[in-house]
Design a protein. Structure first.
Length: 312
């Protein structure tokens, strides 16, 4: 598959949250997916998006145990295509419990325990082997039991000592506190986590200072949810819509451009549900976000709105 390599490709990664399961909370996703969301249809769609991303020069893919069959789809694509230049990151801590149903009462369950880490690390390795170069705690919060679970921390340290990098993602209104606390964790005088993946977007900027501190300390920083789970693409603030019109791009490109413009973000995750959405995302450049006003909501307001987004 041939395509023009995106000039920002080295700083972009393809996230599989919207691709590996039939239901998710991203606005604007439903219309981009296949009409029927069976396993095979979703697998084929995932392969199409992965092919388009690789052709555009993206070489990093982010998955998680809770993203339905995302790891299985990715493993199958890698095996079929034979690509050896793809950097894979994944996460543990949430389990997918939706049973491939759109109307499941619960889609995922969270547990930061030694038992879940042990089980999910084994599951990830069974599918992706040594291809996973970074394994992350999924949605760490400041009140997570992980911080006081010495056997779990020892198990994580053993994995880090074997040569695999460890990180964590964050969520919730106290992301900055979680980032600082997580990066303070050490074993034998060595920092346990060397990467952090946090929500930052034009509506939720509260983690910015902590992420800048992390980057200054040599920690790899990845921005997730740069489109605010589709809110900035489907119903953007007027300033974003106006900037998009001036640049001749979609509002998603402006929002992603704002993330790319941050001086501390090493990687910005894209979360498209189709090749067409990916193409729209790839129009992002930092220039499109120039001179935007402050659009941030309070963290409590933002995360309350996010928690109310429907799974569909």
């Amino acid at each position: 598959m041939s395509a023009v390599v995106n000039p920002q490709a080295a700083r972009l990664a393809l996230g599989l949250a919207a691709l590996g399961r039939p239901a998710y909370i991203n606005r604007g996703r439903a219309g981009a997916l296949p009409r029927r969301r069976g396993v095979e249809e979703m697998r084929a769609n995932t392969f199409d998006v992965l092919d388009a991303a690789h052709a555009a020069g993206l070489r990093r893919v982010d998955a998680a145990r809770s993203y339905g069959l995302a790891e299985e789809f990715l493993a199958g694509w890698l095996d079929l295509r034979g690509h050896t230049d793809v950097v894979v990151t994944s996460k543990w801590g949430y389990a997918y419990v939706g049973g491939w149903r759109l109307d499941a009462p619960v889609h995922e369950s969270k547990e930061h325990s030694l038992a879940r880490f042990t089980a999910q690390f084994a599951e990830t390795r069974a599918l992706l082997g040594e291809q996973v170069s970074l394994y992350q705690v999924h949605s760490l919060t400041a009140d997570s039991p992980l911080f006081a679970d010495e056997p779990l921390l020892d198990a994580l340290a053993a994995v880090a000592a074997s040569g695999r990098r460890l990180g964590f993602s964050t969520s919730g209104p106290a992301q900055a506190d979680t980032i600082r606390r997580g990066l303070d964790l050490e074993r034998a005088g060595v920092r346990l986590f060397t990467a952090v993946q946090s929500t930052w977007n034009l509506l939720e900027t509260s983690a910015g200072h902590a992420l800048a501190e992390a980057r200054a300390a040599g920690v790899e920083v990845t921005v997730k949810e740069a489109l605010a789970n589709g809110r900035l693409a489907v119903d953007p603030p007027p300033a974003v819509a106006e900037a998009a019109a001036r640049a001749g791009v979609g509002p998603d490109a402006v929002a992603l451009g704002a993330a790319l413009a941050t001086p501390w973000a090493d990687v910005v995750l894209l979360g498209p549900a189709s090749p067409a959405q990916l193409a729209e995302n790839l129009a992002a450049t930092s220039a499109t976000a120039a001179d935007l006003p402050d659009l941030a909501e309070t963290p409590d307001e933002y995360w309350t709105t996010r928690s109310a987004l429907p799974w569909d």
